[in-house]
Design a protein around this ligand. Structure first.
Ligand SMILES: Nc1ncnc2c1ncn2[C@@H]1O[C@H](COP(=O)(O)OP(=O)(O)OP(=O)(O)O)[C@@H](O)[C@H]1O
Length: 251
């Protein structure tokens, strides 16, 4: 479904992403992990059109999309969430999601946008009542709203950026289960960028690990969490390694 080859992003003289290649198959959940500043968000920004790659190719369903504007990429069927939710606070929950629905359709039909918004809100478990305000949503609610906005664009591929930041442990488990439900019930392929490796490992089919803009490991969660390179650069501590191994056992 997605084939990325030789992706590079330079900011001035600094290389944030260095010759990264990977594939994502239809129906898969790929986890993308790595320490702070390893290039995860920069890859998402290139996949979603926020900025163009310095070099490399991004083929989605066989067509080159590298360098296309964000609205064109959304119309092709790639939706994304953002690490820090920034909804329009003067709009209701429904209106925020409806607006995203307008973007995704390309047809600008209100009826279609409303239908997409209702389905997306029901999927993530937020009120479909059109007057429900954004104010009052906690961290978990705002993450759900972020996800509903992305779903309302009717994506075939969802780029989920750090869905678990700011959540407690029970909320993290629910958010991880939600991503799996989105894949299982809607058939949406997912790339999931996350810091919190333990929960991610329970849900993803494959993991790719970045460090300093380079891919250092890729494979099944069990293989990646015991890869010495990953333990050295990413896990860092025995406690983290134990947590990841325990999560893997629970799968
Ligand atoms: N617009 C930009 N201009 C200059 N440097 C940037 C820009 N965006 C990112 N970088 C740099 O590129 C590197 C990779 O950043 P990126 O945000 O992709 O990492 P990340 O793995 O997503 O980190 P985090 O987990 O902290 O979000 C960092 O060193 C960052 O400072």
């Amino acid at each position: 479904m997605l084939v990325v080859e030789g992706l590079v992003k330079r900011f001035g003289g600094f290389t944030a992403v260095s010759n990264v290649s990977f594939k994502v198959d239809q129906g898969e959940i790929l986890g993308l992990i790595g320490p702070n500043g390893s290039g995860k968000s920069t890859i998402f920004n290139m996949l979603s059109g926020t900025f163009p790659p310095s070099a490399g190719s991004i083929k989605f369903e066989g067509s080159e999309i590298a360098g296309l504007a964000p609205h064109r990429i959304i119309n092709r069927g790639i939706g994304r969430t953002f690490q820090i939710p920034r909804p329009f606070r003067r709009l209701t929950i429904f209106e925020n999601v409806e607006l995203a629905g307008f973007y995704g359709q390309g047809s600008h039909s209100r009826a279609k946008a409303d239908e997409a918004a209702e389905k997306a809100l029901a999927m993530v478990g937020l009120p479909t009542d059109r007057r429900a305000p954004v104010d009052g949503l906690g961290a978990a609610g705002l993450k759900k709203l972020e996800l509903a906005k992305a779903l309302a664009t009717s994506p075939k591929l969802l780029l989920a950026d750090e869905s678990l930041g700011g959540l407690d442990e029970a909320e993290m488990d629910q958010a991880a289960d939600m991503l799996r439900k989105i894949r299982d019930e809607l058939g949406i392929t997912i790339i999931w960028v996350e810091h919190i490796m333990g929960v991610l490992m329970r849900v993803v089919d494959r993991v790719m690990v970045l460090d300093h803009g380079e891919k250092i490991s890729e494979g099944l969660p069990s293989a990646v969490s015991s890869d010495p390179k990953v333990i050295e650069v990413y896990l860092g501590t025995d406690a983290d390694a134990t947590q990841a191994a325990a999560a893997e056992k629970r799968r």
